[in-house]
Design a protein around this ligand. Sequence first.
Ligand code: ADP
Ligand code: MG
Length: 245
Amino acid sequence: MPPANMPPRLEVRSLMRRFDGRAVVDDISFAIPQGQVTCLLGPSGCGKSTTLRMIAGVDMQDSGEIFVNGALICDTVFRVPPERREIGLMFQDFALFPHLSVAQNVAFGLSGSSADKAARVGDLLERVHMARHRDSYPHALSGGEQQRVALARALAPRPRILLMDEPFSGLDERLRDDIRDETLALLKDEGTAVLLVTHEPHEAMRMADEILLMRAGKIVQRGAPYNLYNAPVDRRAAAFFSDIN
Ligand code: ADP
Ligand code: MG
């Protein structure tokens, strides 16, 4: 745990986004300390990706504030551009660059000396078990291998926060738990604060330190996974968690 006087890595206050007059994200507030994995969990269409896009800076809220390390990065009049937020992204459809090798993909966002870059790339590729594929191109990799490279690429510049939107949903069911466990181990090792969006309770239970249960734009319950599982806020939440295998 970080010291109590440290500001959270990421904090959002009263975030609100309307489309066509309808509040899709409706007064959401939460904070993520350094090194914590928080899962935004809820059914399709409840506003998870919209929340992530505002934090990434590719969509703009109608009201509310976003802070990183206690510093304001976005409100309705002030806005740090996405590329200066030091926020990493890993989206299901955020593909690797097809014309770059695995090692070049991971090195893409890195600055510094070429020796430092090569060391960071080599270390990350070892840790995602992709070192022997360093000179391969994305088309030659399986979906799981591509996701491993995408994780290495997202973490390479040591982002302060990593936003992950359904990162495992394109993968074969049999692979998913292994990749989830490996991903979590690497995230904990790096100490990255993570906001992971998922519609799968099983995934949130397996990966989250804290779950934010979202429904129709609002957070209806929050807490440690076992709290939500053992004491769901209402019958709908209970039914949602009862599918866990
Ligand atoms: P989730 O990621 O939880 O599945 P989204 O955040 O993608 O949900 O979408 C929440 C709601 O907002 C959905 O009803 C969606 O149709 C609507 N929505 C998302 N983006 C837009 C947009 N650019 N214009 C209009 N409606 C949108
Ligand atoms: Mg979504």
